[in-house]
Design a protein around this ligand. Structure first.
Ligand code: ASP
Length: 320
């Protein structure tokens, strides 16, 4: 009996060994990727050189800050929050300070953030006194049982968790005040400068965040796609991280960010194919754009507007 057992073991050993080694998948190459946007339609044809430089400097500063987080092994979530906080503080973008104004002349801010690890997410809508809405969105995600808090309730929660509060005036730049006072309802002017970031970190985790003042002269109380998970923002480690910008109502009706992820998950599409199909089927010219990274680090910048401010940094040395 013993002999039979040993004979069988000797015959099977190579099979067991090779079987295991064939099943071993090579460890994925560790890399990070970060993409950032500063809004679709942001660079108008008549923009001055100085203004263009301010916008590009803002994106460069944000990319450098996000890169510093990711190259140290920091999380995609931290990179996204760091990048967006900087852009919210920068008056040259439509988020935080520098946001567009509602029909009542107020800055009313929306933001959301999502982790691809477990679909945890947080969002805030219509906040008027929170200095960095993206950090409050992260607070909702990590310190509450909810996904979306709006208006006064969101600000009450901000106080509870010690988020920095400011007067609404802090957000209103002279430029926005003048546009508001002149009631210069230019379409291009009205949809510019929302910010977003998507990151893949060295551990292979994705995160996406988006922050905006919405659309100029929007009705007070209007909430756009930015804090609607699946519309303006989405992240899933199985598929991709996506941050959108553009005409919010259309992005909500067509759940643009989730649509990209769903095409990848259920139809096996590549990121680019999913983005192309989503835009072709659901959006019309001048509706907006998005930035995205898939789980393997492929990225996509897509817009059907005149322009979209954007940037990229990768562990492979790209900085654009
Ligand atoms: N999507 C934003 C909103 O509708 C605006 C933008 O991205 O420019 O609120």
């Amino acid at each position: 009996m013993k002999k039979v057992f040993f004979a069988a073991l000797i015959t099977l050993l190579p099979l067991i060994y090779f079987g295991f080694s064939l099943n071993e998948t090579p460890a994925p190459q560790k890399k990070y990727v970060l993409v950032v946007h500063g809004g679709a339609g942001a660079i108008a044809r008549d923009i001055s050189k100085e203004e263009k430089k301010l916008i590009l400097d803002g994106i460069t500063e944000a990319l450098n800050a996000g890169k510093a987080v990711l190259e140290k092994g920091g999380s995609a979530l931290d990179a996204v929050e760091t990048v967006i906080r900087l852009l919210e503080d920068n008056p040259n973008f439509n988020s935080g300070r520098g946001a567009v104004l509602s029909d009542e002349g107020l800055a009313e801010l929306d933001a959301s953030i999502m982790s691809g690890i477990d679909l945890s997410c947080g969002a805030v809508g219509n906040v008027k006194r929170v200095k960095n809405p993206i950090s409050l969105a992260r607070g909702v995600m990590e310190k509450s049982k909810h996904v979306l808090l709006v208006s006064d309730g969101a600000e009450k929660f901000a106080k509870e968790i010690g988020a920095e509060l400011v007067d609404n005036d802090y957000f209103i730049t002279e430029k926005m005040r003048q546009i508001y006072l002149n009631r210069k309802k230019e379409i291009d002017e009205s949809k510019k400068g929302t910010v977003g970031a998507v990151a893949l970190d060295l551990n292979g985790n994705l995160a996406a965040g988006t922050s905006t003042g919405g659309m100029m002269f929007k009705k007070t109380g209007r909430v756009g796609d930015t804090p609607i998970i699946g519309a303006g923002n989405y992240a899933n480690n199985k598929t991709a991280g996506i941050s959108c910008t553009g005409w919010g109502e259309k992005f909500i009706k067509n759940l643009i960010a989730y649509n990209v992820s769903a095409l990848m998950e259920y139809k096996g599409y590549s990121l680019q194919k999913a983005v192309d199909e989503t835009f072709t089927n659901s959006l019309s010219k001048n509706d907006g754009g998005l930035i995205a990274i898939d789980k393997d680090g492929n990225y996509s910048f897509y817009y059907n507007t005149q322009s979209m401010t954007r940037g990229l940094v990768t562990s492979e040395g790209k900085f654009e």
